[in-house]
Design a protein around this ligand. Structure first.
Ligand code: HAM
Length: 418
């Protein structure tokens, strides 16, 4: 678990703002689920899922309830839907922390943030395409150019069950070639073996049966429509018949976004799919659903690797230097903040030199200086902090108009304010 400090924290907030604009623009409203849920909400994600069986932070609270910190938010949004029954289609976006007891490494943390959407109430393959296109366009908004979209269909529940049995039979017949860990996975969740990253198992995984032969005509037709929709939007994708993903609730469409530069074990920037059946498992009426979540940490790492989406400048625009005791700084900083500027100042009656240093560090475009002379004549010295700017002395009464002119000429607006 990490602390996110400035300036990175400003980038996180701006990231969420951009996502909110992308999802909001497609008719999705924000849902803010609690961080904790009854453990039953998550065990329905699948008893064979590592996220549930091995990685959950669960405990008994003071009232004796068995609860867990959410490892993801799809289940929470579905639980909220069952509880509140909003009208369909219910289109929700969310942003926030999740908790998984994983082995921490670059791009993998025990507390990590996701942004995501869930769309409940329609089987229409166009909804799958809409959801994917929101993520795709969001990556483009960030400036990422090396993202690959990988899609697959896990078929309908019967198809998936028959396929799981075929995969289990295949790996059982070849279990001598599997590591001990993979044999354990085979007994718990055979489909996960298709995700094996062990080089020694690459060949045996490559020979496993393909889901393609197990798709029902309806599942195939749904997948065809999803692919056609993506093509009509010009969204490039590759089909990977071995894409199963880590959660058990997926039916039909599954997809993943992979970054171009992160290590392969951490290169999934996000993913999602259909989970028709999950709402029923949570005690609601039969309601189809589709959605995705993107890892904020990983997507920002991908931005670093591609050199895009830098932190917006949210530091001070103006820095007040008051060598007369601080009264002027107190008043001026308040007046200027109320006028909408980001203003900082020094405290503790520090020397002119120390205050200038602080102004420099603050990144402000303009220093406002009040020394004894300025105070006596009701004036302020404006010193531009950028090369080539001329220092001027103005009457205090001209301050707001002058600052407004100067700031407009030196500042390009923050991306978040465009
Ligand atoms: P997921 O694949 O488990 O899916 O997580 C989505 C993304 O969250 C991953 O691709 C990754 O970027 C990020 N992530 C997961 N675990 C960690 C971690 N320990 N540290 C950093 N980032 C991580 C879900 O969570 C589903 N709820 C997605 C979904 C929504 N499916 C349908 N709707």
């Amino acid at each position: 678990m990490r602390d996110i400090l400035p300036p990175e924290s400003a980038r996180w907030r701006y990231f969420v703002d951009c996502f909110a604009a992308a999802a909001g623009g497609a008719g999705y409203g924000q849902v803010i689920p609690p961080l904790l849920e009854d453990i039953g909400v998550f065990t329905r994600l699948g008893e064979a899922t590592d996220v549930v069986t091995k990685e959950m932070y669960d405990f008994t609270d003071k009232g004796g309830r068995h609860i867990a910190l959410r490892p993801e938010q799809t289940a929470s949004v579905c639980r909220a839907f069952v509880e509140h029954r909003p009208t369909l289609p219910f289109k929700a976006w969310y942003a926030g922390s999740n908790f998984r007891y994983e082995k921490p490494q670059r791009g993998r943390y025990r507390q990590f943030d996701q942004v995501g959407v869930e769309a409940l109430g329609s089987n229409d393959p166009h909804l799958d395409v809409e959801v994917i296109s929101i993520a795709w366009d969001f990556f483009a908004d960030l400036g990422l150019q090396k993202v690959t979209l990988v899609v697959n269909s896990l078929g309908d529940p019967d198809d998936r069950d028959r396929y799981t049995r075929a995969v289990a039979d295949y790996f059982n017949a070849n279990s001598d070639d599997l590591s001990e860990e993979s044999r354990a996975t085979l007994s718990r969740n055979p489909l996960r073996l298709l995700d094996s990253k062990r080089p020694a198992e690459a060949e045996i995984v490559a020979g496993a049966p393909s889901i393609v032969e197990f798709w029902s005509p309806e599942a195939l037709s749904h997948f065809d429509s999803v692919r056609a929709g993506l093509e009509s939007l010009g969204i490039p994708f590759v089909v990977d018949e071995r894409l199963v993903r880590g959660l058990d609730y997926y039916r039909r469409t599954t997809f993943e976004f992979r970054g171009g530069t992160l290590d392969s074990a951490q290169n999934a920037l996000g993913g999602g799919g259909r989970y028709d059946g999950l709402i029923e498992d949570l005690g609601g009426p039969a309601t189809p659903g589709v959605g995705f979540a993107l890892g904020v940490d990983r997507t920002l790492l991908a931005c670093d690797d591609e050199g895009v989406f830098v932190a917006p400048d949210v530091g001070a625009q103006l820095f007040i230097i008051d060598t007369t005791g601080g009264e002027h700084a107190l008043l001026l900083s308040t007046v200027l903040r109320r006028a909408g500027y980001r203003v900082d100042r020094a405290f503790d009656s520090r020397s002119m030199k120390a205050q200038m240093k602080a102004a420099d560090r603050s990144g402000a475009a303009l220093a406002l200086i009040i020394g004894d002379e300025e105070a006596a004549s009701d004036q302020i010295t404006l010193r531009p902090m950028y090369a080539g700017g001329d220092q001027t002395v103005i009457p205090t009464s001209d301050l707001l108009a002058t600052v407004s002119n100067l700031i407009n000429t030196v500042e390009t607006p923050n991306p978040g304010e465009q």
